[in-house]
Every structure is written in structure tokens, then in C-alpha cells.
Ligand binder design. Sequence first.
Ligand SMILES: [Zn+2]
Length: 153
Amino acid sequence: MTSPEWTEVLRKRLAAIGVEVRVQTFTGDSSYPVEYTLIAGSVRTFGEPTLDAALVSLIGELLKVTSTDEVTSYRAMETALQGLSGNILALRTELLVVKAQVAEQEPILRDCEFCGGAHYTGQRCPLAPQAEQAQQEYEDTRKYMEHHSTGGD
Ligand SMILES: [Zn+2]
């Protein structure tokens, strides 16, 4: 059994860590003349005849809450992961669909590294190295056409 002095020390230490100690005294036919009830947040013990017994009771209640919380958080985590996997799969499917749609929707306007402009797929940049000859032919033709249309013959 705990001495009254030590009981006071324990009550102060419990109060310091946020555990409320309620002491109720009963007269008459009550089961115990004094009942200790410990309250830690949402966890509370039943009335116990000594502070020691109340502490054991609190440990038991806290262990229950902890294991329940662990199971709950594990399940919540599992559910969240399943949801996330589902979202990733849905997103992947969506991307594949979009990719297929884009592939069908050619031509696509693409930025050109040669002229700084943009061309549709299937079009060849007149400034692209592979098209130098074609560009030259184009320029020659244009000059030829200009010369013969403004000549005034
Ligand atoms: Zn270009």
C-alpha cells in the first residue's frame, strides 16, 4: 500500500503529465470507502480502492487504446494506400487514353529548333539541315517566279 506522502507525490507527478486524479469518498454500503479514478484525455479508469490499483487500471486502459489506435491507423493507412494505388492505375489508364488520342489527332504543332517557330508534324522545317537542298530549290523557284512576274515583259 502507498503511504499518504507518496500518494501526494504521485498525484503531483500524474498532474504534471496531464493525468487527472479524482478521489471520491463514500460512506455506507459503497464497495470502497475511497475510490481513485484516473483520467488521461479520453481514457479513464473505473474507481479503484488505491492509487496503485488506479495506476494499473490506467495502464490497462492505455494499452487497449494504443493497440486499437495502431490497428485503426494501420487500416486507415492500408485503405489510403489502396486508394492511392487505385488512383495511380486510373491516372495511368487516363494517360494511355490521352496518349492514344493525341497520337490520332496528328498533326501536332511542335516547337522548331531550327527556325524558332513551330511546325505541324509531317511538315518539314525549311531551315532544317535535311531540308537545305529543298529550301534552296524553294528559294530559287521563288526568285524565278518574282523575277518573271515583275519583269513586265
Ligand atoms: Zn522550323
